[in-house]
Design a protein around this ligand. Sequence first.
Ligand code: RIB
Length: 317
Amino acid sequence: MRMIIVFGSINMDMNIKVRHFPEEGETILSNSYTSTPGGKGANQALAAARIGAKTALVGKVGDDGPGLRILNYLKRHEVMTSGVAKTPEWPTGMAVVMKTKSGKNRIVVASGANAIVGADQAPADIFHDKNILLTQMEVPLEQNAIVMKAAHDKGAQVVLNLAPALNVPKELLSLVDFLIVNQIEARQLAEKLKINIDDKIDGGAEKLATALAKSGKLTCIITLGEAGVVAVSPDGKGYKVEAMKLGEKVVDTTGAGDCFCGTFTACLHEKKPLADCLRMATIASGLSCQKEGTTEAYPYLADIEEILEEFPLAKAV
Ligand code: RIB
């Protein structure tokens, strides 16, 4: 069966509205919170499924109420969950997500069951050249590496979203076809690989993406927030896509990066050209910022297609 396999984290998000982020030693009061399914793995799987890609999630939850609630939620939203195991040893992962009125957030993740996700939960015969593996960094690095190697060896494409930014060995990058990072993650990776580029000067992000693409022999995609996204393939060909002009329309940016990754991978799975994958993922993440919540704000294919024709084309860089 052709599908996307997401190997990644599953959290219950405690979303707390704050007037401002607390300083060190400061306690602030908030009169509003919600708990919603989240975690980068679960979010990305849902974003891919939402636009119609067959998507399976491999991960771990606790044998508890939040775990059960998230599993039911994912199933209702067409994500296959037979690869999600329950453990009695750890609680379901939890994220505290503080959000301001202007849509900014700060997140702390308590890993819980995500800390013991095992590569053996993904059966080796699940990988072949028609499937894509999508993974992030909220599960143990060594388990990620085993799954990425299994997928790579069987000819599946590997998409890695290096979030949160952790040190990855260069050998791991050799298993990756598409690397998705934000500017901070890109800088940290470049530093580790001893690539020295000032990305704050004009055209710096393109140069950084080019250097990372060349070094890792992969397509490097750097998301630039309000400045859009830049992607460069190992042959040096690249594109820039402008972000949606949102201004005051931004309500909540939580999970917008996950929406980008899931949508991008789903488009790749549909064999769309890179420029189209970037445009559709940019539209999806822009739409997701205009509604409250994470996965509840992710768009359907029809929502993206409604905007696609009018949306600026990708520019070659
Ligand atoms: O990217 C947003 C996600 O990061 C949240 O859903 C939270 O669970 C953390 O994993």
